[in-house]
Write a protein that binds this ligand. Structure first.
Ligand code: RRO
Length: 310
């Protein structure tokens, strides 16, 4: 008998798979589809205080090995997502993730105060890594500013909160980033957001309009980077900070590898956009078959147990 359940910050999930923020989570209709699929829960599109239209179209393009996007944070505003999740919480025992990111420190703190004062029972995923708002660098590449923000957040915020991180690419940066995140009572870190500011070209022309074609890369291109970030933070963070693995997941084998690197939960972005919510049943089946072959009954039997060459 194989079980795919998992735990983050003491909260139980029947299935370790869910959507990645930004995919299938813009409105009630999309969120309901994930909620009613085999996924263990959902995360909402990163919300700002008020709704945003985002960048001009075309702003997302799938290609054979992945995707590029420069959505520019289109969302329906914090109230919309908070109200919807609070309504669902009255009907089920599931724990949901609310993603948010302020356009300034003040906006982030104001939104978190609103969530703190509400009766929301789930977890917050604070997005420190949006690569696509013109003129706004990714916060998590500026560690002193990130530390300053998290210090102010945890001065008042008492609900479970984790952070969505961009990929880091240097061992010294893994060390420095982990030192900062270990200072806080984070429920989780989510590795990784898209690899920022790539370019995909068709014939002689870029494939998305904003930022002259520069955009966040997802899909097959980013799996090795995602696995490295999951494992680097698994090795460095205190055990109370769980890891959510995101990046390049389109088969049960990809899910297995994220868990082997240390992920307690695994999110699906580009492949969910391509295949739809049926992907969660397929990935669950494929992961179950791998676990059966290997004699694993739960994901804890192999989580983090990546082997090294002697
Ligand atoms: O909306 C976006 O352009 C976007 C966001 Br907020 C993010 O965190 N990651 C991404 O690839 N796109």
């Amino acid at each position: 008998m194989v079980l795919l359940n998992t735990t983050i910050a003491g909260y139980e999930f029947d299935n370790c798979l869910m959507n990645a923020a930004g995919v299938c989570c813009y409105d009630h209709e999309e969120l309901t589809m994930v909620d009613q699929s085999s996924a263990g829960t959902f995360v909402t599109k990163s919300a700002t205080k008020t709704s945003r239209e985002g960048n001009p179209l075309p702003r997302y393009q799938a290609v054979p090995l992945g995707s590029i996007n420069s959505m520019g944070l289109p969302n329906l505003g914090l109230d919309y997502y908070l109200d919807y999740v609070r309504q669902l919480e009255k009907q089920t025992k599931k724990t949901y993730f609310l993603s948010m990111t302020g356009l300034s420190k003040e906006e982030t703190l104001e939104m978190l105060k609103q969530v703190e004062l509400s009766d929301f029972k789930g977890m917050v995923e604070l997005n420190l890594s949006c690569p696509n708002v013109p003129g706004k660098p990714q916060l998590a590449y500026d560690l002193p500013t990130t530390e300053n923000l998290l210090t102010e957040v945890f001065a008042f915020f008492t609900k479970p909160l984790g952070v969505k991180l961009p990929p880091y690419f240097d061992i010294a940066h893994f060390d420095a980033a982990a030192e900062v995140y270990n200072k806080f009572p984070l429920a989780f870190v989510n590795c990784v957001n898209s690899i920022g500011n790539g370019l995909i070209i068709n014939d002689e022309t870029v494939v998305i309009k904003p930022k002259n074609g520069f955009g966040g890369i997802g899909g097959d291109y980013i799996k090795p980077t995602a696995l490295a970030n999951v494992h680097a933070f698994y090795q460095r963070l205190k055990p109370s900070i769980k890891i959510i693995g995101t990046g390049g997941v389109k088969t049960g084998r990809d899910v297995f590898e994220h868990i082997l690197c240390g992920a307690s939960m695994v999110q699906v972005g580009t492949a969910l956009e391509k295949e739809g919510v049926e992907i969660f049943a397929r990935l669950s089946q494929e992961l179950t078959e791998i676990m059966q072959e290997k004699g694993y009954q739960t994901i804890e039997d192999f989580r983090g147990k990546l082997q090294y060459l002697a």
